[in-house]
Ligand binder design. Structure first.
Ligand code: UZR
Ligand code: MG
Length: 201
């Protein structure tokens, strides 16, 4: 099994990169794990308390579960990937049964920040977009898809997103094998990654 980690700040285009990689590749050969599925269970908290969580800090992620799941997949076993709701800021209680594939892609802002998880990746990719580009994309997405308003997004950006990005995400470039410049959507870089994957299949 080839495990590819794809990191990069919010709005850098990770999800789009992953979806484009998946297109045209033979179905059932490539699987995806999203870091978002591994936000810690916050059922014991009220909604008001959950909103205050710093979701851009590594401690908000259940890396133990993610590690356990990656090791299970490597052994050839299926896992129950939790389903997360950004609207509720909590796991929904549902799971997606995720089967091991020849190539597994793990994507998320903080996946390179945990040394044990990092060690499980055969290829580490960092998607770079400038912070203004990322803020624009984040604003549009959070308002249309995640039920936020402009003040909430900007407030979060200044209070946690930006400082956490500088502390835990940007420095992870050092560990990347490939850095994809993605201010404009980079089809050439995605094709290269596809070629690497196809080579393995
Ligand atoms: P991407 N996030 C939420 O907004 N709510 C949650 O319940 C959990 C996470 C956000 C998180 C992070 N930060 O910046 C983003 N906040 O999801 C990561 N605030 O997702 O890489 O797709 O932008
Ligand atoms: Mg995403």
């Amino acid at each position: 099994m080839l495990i590819i980690g794809i990191a990069g700040g919010t709005g850098c285009g990770k999800t789009t990169v992953v979806n484009t990689i998946l297109q045209e590749l033979p179905e059932g050969q490539v699987g995806v794990i999203s870091q978002d599925s591994y936000y810690k269970d916050t059922t014991h908290l009220s909604f008001e308390e959950r909103v205050k969580i710093n979701f851009d800090h590594p401690r908000s992620i259940d890396f133990d579960l993610l590690k356990e799941h990656l090791l299970e997949l490597k052994k050839g076993n299926a896992i129950n990937q939790p389903v997360y709701s950004f609207v509720k800021h909590n796991r929904t209680g549902d799971v997606i049964v995720t089967h091991p594939r020849k190539v597994m892609i793990v994507e998320g802002i903080l996946i390179l920040s945990n040394p044990e998880i990092r060690d499980l990746f055969d290829i580490k990719i960092f998607v770079h977009a400038d912070s203004d580009e990322r803020l624009i994309r984040r604003l549009k997405r959070d308002i249309t898809e995640r039920g936020r308003d402009i003040n909430e997004v900007l407030q979060r950006y200044q209070s946690t997103l930006k400082p956490m990005h500088q502390q835990f995400i940007e420095p992870m470039k050092e560990y990347a094998d490939i850095i994809i410049p993605n201010n404009k959507y980079n089809t050439v870089a995605v094709d290269i990654v596809k070629t690497i994957i196809n080579d393995r299949l």
